[in-house]
Design a protein around this ligand. Structure first.
Ligand code: C2E
Ligand code: CA
Ligand code: CA
Ligand code: CA
Length: 287
């Protein structure tokens, strides 16, 4: 099931029989990637659906692999989680993000993105030093805690007293928590009560096909019903709702009509390098 590439790297094939070995090897490469600066952070704008303003960004990690080219997070985050390297990777993404946000705030003032969202894995929340590290990083870049949003999935926050304490302490410190991929988990609603959530991100699966006027009207209506319920629930609980994965103006239009104020997706902007987003901000929203 395993093949070696030209430099002796294992290629990761679907159904590979040795996932542990694969993860270990990938882990070794990731260690090198971190040490040799092969990782990059790109930023996807979070946009006000009425004005088109970039109100925030989400940080997404990329790996510029010397042989394999661009590697997407879905192909290495699981290995980083299993090998424990997610802690170092997470620190890298947080530090890079804070540095960049501080630079945008300095350059664009109130026209800069107001906050940055960073994805966090379960393992990071189990680290008792996590909160102190987050706050020290913000402070080190001269940022107040309201500039940071930590994006968590349901599986990351399920159970564990250390996780509860971590999330409570972050909330107390003024860092906002977003529930990612909202609506896809089994207990999305009870999580809202159990954790100090500030933002819900409607999963892309409810945005896909939300606008089409085709034979499958029942499926479309069901997605619209979920999208509507989520934004109404958010409103009732005083949370912000962000719709993810918007790929067309028709979808944006539909989400606006349902009551969404904020969205994210290729139609609004792809994830951009720091340089590319700086250019976009210069042309679009310099005061
Ligand atoms: P996510 O947090 O749900 O991030 C959204 C994903 O959807 C990103 O994929 C983004 O590029 C993609 N996306 C955004 N708009 C659209 C759209 O309109 N259409 C489509 N088809 N896709 C869209 P990406 O960058 O490949 O990231 C995948 C996942 O990897 C993320 O899902 C997140 O769970 C994880 N991830 C990314 N960066 C980090 C990180 O720094 N740390 C951790 N722990 N996880 C990360
Ligand atoms: Ca996310
Ligand atoms: Ca998501
Ligand atoms: Ca996701």
């Amino acid at each position: 099931a395993k093949q070696r590439g030209k430099a002796g790297y294992v290629r990761f094939l679907p159904g590979m029989a040795e996932p542990v070995l694969a993860h270990m090897r990938l882990g070794g490469e990731l260690r090198r990637a971190l040490d040799q600066d092969e990782l990059e952070v790109v930023y996807q704008p979070i946009v006000a659906l009425d004005t088109g303003r970039v109100v925030g960004v989400e940080s997404l990690v990329r790996w510029n692999h010397p042989e394999r080219g661009l590697v997407m997070p879905g192909d290495f985050i699981p290995a980083a989680e299993r090998t424990g390297l997610i802690a170092d990777l997470g620190r890298f993404v947080l530090d890079r993000t804070c540095r960049q946000l501080a630079a945008w705030l300095a350059e664009f003032g109130p026209a800069a993105p107001g906050h940055a969202g960073v994805n966090v894995s379960a393992r990071q929340l189990h680290d008792p030093g996590f909160v102190a590290h987050v706050l020290a990083t913000l402070d080190g870049h001269g940022l107040t805690s309201d500039r940071l949003v930590l994006e968590l999935t349901e599986s990351a926050v399920l159970r564990g007293s250390q996780v509860s304490r971590t999330l409570h302490d972050l909330d107390q410190a003024g860092v906002r928590l977003a529930l990612d991929d909202f609506g896809t988990g089994e207990s999305s609603l009870s999580l809202l009560r159990a954790f100090p959530t500030a933002i819900v991100k409607l999963d892309k699966s409810f945005v896909d096909g939300i606008e089409i006027d085709d034979a499958d009207a029942a499926a479309r209506d069901a997605r619209q019903a979920v999208a509507r319920a989520v934004v109404q629930l958010a409103g009732a609980l005083g949370l912000e709702a962000v719709a993810e994965g918007i790929e067309s103006e028709a979808q944006a239009e539909q989400l606006r009509a349902l009551g969404y104020c904020f969205g994210q997706g290729y139609h609004l902007s792809r994830p951009l390098s720091a340089t590319a987003l700086t250019t976009l901000l210069s042309s679009r929203q310099r005061a």
